[in-house]
Ligand binder design. Structure first.
Ligand code: MLT
Length: 408
């Protein structure tokens, strides 16, 4: 008798953003005339940078003729893209990452979800709270947690990120094996300083743990003092894997391209305590389960690093940050406490009410979609997240509608 993976029965009914999409469809079906404004899931709304489109067109033309056609590419990504990343994202900030330490993929969601496959079944996992649900759910699916109880999974170590610690969690009081961190943070929009990150790297080195660092939102950092990569901290290459993405950086949410850095120095251990090579293991997993991102998409991603591409993505992201500034200003006028939106596209607002009820109120009365904080964990209860990914006119309109509802 074939049995299902029993760990799936521990999961909450549906993935957070699927549940929100269901509620939004239901509302739209009942209110076909309402013009819903979506500031929920962090999905970009502007066209791809022209430099990327031009490169993609050229690559499509190459695919049309035998002489330049390409079949299977290297699973880890083409050298032209890996070299461009190593040079522009790392060497330019004084960080040495070799091109072959970079694995191109179709998404940071997939990579940050899949990475736990190369870790031991009994690894003790620490996640921030609130947290991007992918880190949690994938460990539940893998059987690394107990049951859901009182809003949390047993067996996971939750690192509380609250106003009291400026949304940067304290180091765990117990030893953990793997720690997920995300800065600029999803969902709070909080950032981490170099010294705070250094403390995490020191913790990981001392406890022989591994940091899984999600830097998907680094392109929104405008404060020059903030680190863009965990590898800006000395010694991090031995204890950290980093996830990056073109999704938010360059508007690739529908185009799909991301990358994960697994330095060759990055170490883990077997049961006997012998050092193991995580780069080798991730390469083994990646080449077995993934066949590479399409050639035209990798050429489009490479174009992000051209001078025109850099100028265009800066303008794109400055536009989203302008939206974020407007949301911050409006929320402040309404008298709510909030964080984020300065080096991040997300604004995290303390509503002082049940967060799903607040979400429902904004959907039903303002036709504006946000994300209820409780969907990101127990510490998110009472909060909502507003995403700045939309056109400025829509953001302005959404904030007017929200002000009208909350000002009643
Ligand atoms: C979010 O809204 O949290 C993100 O868009 C989700 C994702 O990147 O998968």
């Amino acid at each position: 008798m074939i049995r299902v993976n029993p760990h799936y029965s521990k999961l909450q009914a549906s993935y957070l953003f699927s549940e929100i999409a269901r509620k939004v469809s239901e509302f739209q079906a009942g209110n076909p005339d309402k013009d819903i404004i979506k500031l929920g899931i962090g999905d970009v709304t502007h066209g791809l940078p022209p430099a990327c489109i031009e490169a993609m067109h050229k690559a499509v033309d190459e695919m049309a003729v035998d002489a330049t056609f390409r079949g299977y590419g290297p699973e880890q990504g083409y050298d032209f893209l890996r070299e461009a990343i190593a040079l522009n994202d790392f060497a330019s900030r004084g960080v040495t990452i070799q091109p072959d330490e970079i694995f191109i993929s179709d998404g940071a969601k997939c990579d940050s979800g899949n990475i736990q496959e190369i870790l031991a079944q009994d690894a003790r996992i620490a996640v921030p709270d609130p947290v991007y649900p992918v880190y949690v759910d994938t460990n539940v699916m893998a059987g690394r947690t107990g049951k859901w109880k009182d809003g949390r999974y047993q067996g996971l170590v939750y690192l509380e990120s609250t106003a009291n610690n400026h949304y940067v969690p304290a180091l765990p009081s117990e030893a953990v094996d793997a720690i997920y961190l995300c800065f600029p943070n999803n969902p709070t929009g909080a950032t981490v300083t170099h010294d705070e990150l250094k403390a995490w790297v020191e913790y990981a080195r001392e406890h022989k743990s591994l940091i899984l660092f999600d830097a998907a939102y680094e392109a929104f950092i405008r404060d020059e003092s903030l680190p863009h990569s965990i590898y800006e901290v000395d010694g991090a290459d031995e204890v950290a894997i980093e996830f990056r993405s073109f999704s938010k950086t360059a508007g690739f949410t529908g185009t799909r391209c991301a990358y994960t850095i697994v330095p060759k120095a990055c170490r883990a251990y077997d049961a006997a305590g012998t050092v193991q090579d995580l780069h080798f293991l991730w390469n083994r997993r990646h080449t077995t389960k993934f066949n590479g991102v399409s050639y035209p998409v990798q050429r489009a991603a490479e174009a992000v690093f051209s001078p025109q591409g850099q100028e265009q993505i800066k303008a794109l992201n400055d536009g989203y940050l302008h939206n974020a500034a407007h949301i911050r200003q409006q929320i402040s006028t309404l008298g709510y406490d909030f964080v984020g939106g300065q080096n991040s596209p997300y604004i995290w607002i303390n509503t002082g009410e049940d967060s799903w009820a607040f979400f429902d109120r904004l959907l039903n009365e303002a036709a504006v979609v946000t994300t209820p904080g409780a969907g990101f964990g127990a510490c998110g209860e009472g909060y909502i997240r507003i995403s700045a990914f939309n056109d400025f006119a829509k953001v302005e309109e959404a904030m007017q509608r929200i002000a009208a509802v909350l000002g009643r």
